[in-house]
Design a protein around this ligand. Sequence first.
Ligand SMILES: Nc1nc2c(ncn2[C@@H]2O[C@H](COP(=O)(O)OP(=O)(O)OP(=O)(O)O)[C@@H](O)[C@H]2O)c(=O)[nH]1
Ligand SMILES: [Mg+2]
Ligand SMILES: [Zn+2]
Length: 298
Amino acid sequence: MTTQSEGLVVAHLGKGIAVEVDSQIILCQTLRKLETIVVGDQVLISRSSPDQGRIEQLLPRRSVLQRPGRSDQTRPVAANIDTIFVVLAAEPECDFLLLDQYLAICENGNIDAALIFNKIDLPCADDIEQELQYYQDLGYPLYKVSASRNIGMAELKQVLSRQTSLFAGQSGVGKSSLTKTFLPEMSLKIGRVSEITRHGRHTTTAATLYHLPGGGNLIDSPGVAIFGLAGLTEAQLARGYREFQPFIGQCRFNDCRHVNDKYCAVRAAVENAEIGVNRYRRYLKLREKMPPGHHAKS
Ligand SMILES: Nc1nc2c(ncn2[C@@H]2O[C@H](COP(=O)(O)OP(=O)(O)OP(=O)(O)O)[C@@H](O)[C@H]2O)c(=O)[nH]1
Ligand SMILES: [Mg+2]
Ligand SMILES: [Zn+2]
């Protein structure tokens, strides 16, 4: 029997999965019967040669980020992420609806969430500042930075060094700019993976895990902006609004939708200004956008 070693999945390559074992990259095939293996997964592998092997077992995940797949399915994108940093900026205009989607996914998926407000070198409207303050008051850490002017980046680097992170957010907010400052040798690493495995180029459509020079891991996943709600149910969406949680149990009817329902404690809290009306409106909007199947009680 060959010995098995524990490894970390760092990328999907054309011809297999790149697994890092003792800072060496092993190109692995996977067994069909195994679940989809994603970047960030811890796995057990057996080697057939010094740089090739097979994934034998998927080790338990502490979190998994899903995205919508074909028909009503979701498929995993990355595993074992500790924190998703949602990047916003004064330009392009802040998409708080997208932010709320990410926060709802995190609340339901054992992933911490934090906000990065980039481009603080640009002027910012008061209502944006207020909205950001609301999220901070909810307990989401907020980092105000400028990637291009190198403001506030040292503190962020510290935070990133302690965990596995992912930057999310709409196009143009500065995710790549941030990544580049923390990961100057990013392309180098991709080159090394291809070179070592000699099996074609890295596919840029898949997620990749990078080790940050200052410690910590950063998962880069292109197209991460279009996740939607990735299979959340209506009840999960409501729980995904952190400040609703203390009120949800107090609604008179346990199938309350928190819309026009009678004796709804969430709505009452909105009227008493215990829940921000903007956040509540965004909840209603996201609820309406849910596919019909997800309106079932749960
Ligand atoms: N003024 C200012 N511009 C910035 C800052 N950071 C990034 N930018 C600019 O914002 C634009 C978009 O930055 P990217 O890093 O490409 O944004 P992205 O989030 O990776 O966008 P996608 O890859 O399309 O999702 C670029 O023109 C950057 O130069 C900043 O701190 N201040
Ligand atoms: Mg980018
Ligand atoms: Zn209710």
